[in-house]
Design a binder for this molecule. Structure first.
Ligand code: HEM
Length: 219
């Protein structure tokens, strides 16, 4: 209490822990417990899904908590102060996701992304383009935390502007829409996973809520 200004309240640790438990737990529940993916695939294939879902949620918190507070929902100081750590952690998790995905990106693992001749389908191409562009935009956003760039006011203003954040979020959603919309529109295909919606749909639901809050609440 006595030293509050030197040590402001920051809930990043518990938000990150809670988000990752939810995200990895959801992946385990959907694919191992309710689905039929063997446990040997947990350390890479399934963990990758949990990691990218967690990343998406943390990035949505990063973009959405300020505007949520602006539209009158009281967001605690600990959550507001956590935003920078949530954004950076989300970005690092996306980096892990990209590295893991690159390693196992082959027809034997992701049959739905490939044609019979081994080339990418149109939807997979658009989805991966969205993912890579989202990654690069997020990278640019994280550069804004570098102190030597902070002197370049015009660059920082652009990179932290509402438009730039919405571009990053939108590209992430493009990645998910092209990857998943066919199965989103066909809930009967979820029955092999206990009826639980795909991770791409869970992630995009967070995004849509964050996007709407941004439209109304970003100053
Ligand atoms: C270099 C960039 C990227 C590559 C190569 C990549 C690759 C992939 C691949 C291969 C999948 C399918 C995973 C699976 O179903 O097991 C996937 C899914 C996903 N990615 Fe990415 N991604 C990239 C960037 C991103 C970014 C920037 C985000 C978040 C902002 C993201 C979030 C997700 C999410 C939430 C899923 C859904 C997983 C699922 O439905 O199971 N990805 N990505």
């Amino acid at each position: 209490m006595s030293n509050q200004s030197d040590n402001p309240k920051n809930s990043a640790g518990s938000i990150i822990a809670g988000t990752m438990i939810f995200a990895i737990g959801y992946a385990i529940l959907r694919y191992h417990l309710l689905g039929s993916v063997p446990w040997k695939d947990f350390p890479f294939f399934i963990l990758n899904k949990g990691i990218c879902l967690g990343a998406f949620i943390l990035l949505t918190f990063n973009f959405g908590l300020g505007p949520l507070n602006n539209i009158g929902v009281k967001v605690s100081e600990g959550w507001l102060n956590a935003r920078k750590s949530l954004g950076m952690t989300g970005f690092l998790l996306v980096l892990i996701h990209a590295l893991m995905s690159f390693m196992i990106f082959k027809p034997a693992v992701y049959a739905k992304f490939f044609e019979a001749d081994g080339t990418l389908t149109l939807l997979a191409g658009l989805s991966m383009l969205g993912g890579i562009l989202a990654f690069v935009v997020l990278w640019g956003y994280n550069l804004s935390f570098q102190t030597h760039l902070r002197e370049d006011k015009a660059f920082i203003q652009f990179i932290t502007s509402r438009k730039f954040l919405l571009v990053a979020m939108t590209l992430g959603a493009v990645h998910l829409v092209f990857m998943g919309y066919k199965s989103w529109l066909n809930p009967s295909s979820w029955s092999g996973n206990g009826g639980l919606p795909p991770i791409s749909l869970v992630a995009v639901t967070f995004f849509v809520i964050g996007y709407i809050i941004n439209l109304f609440g970003r100053k």
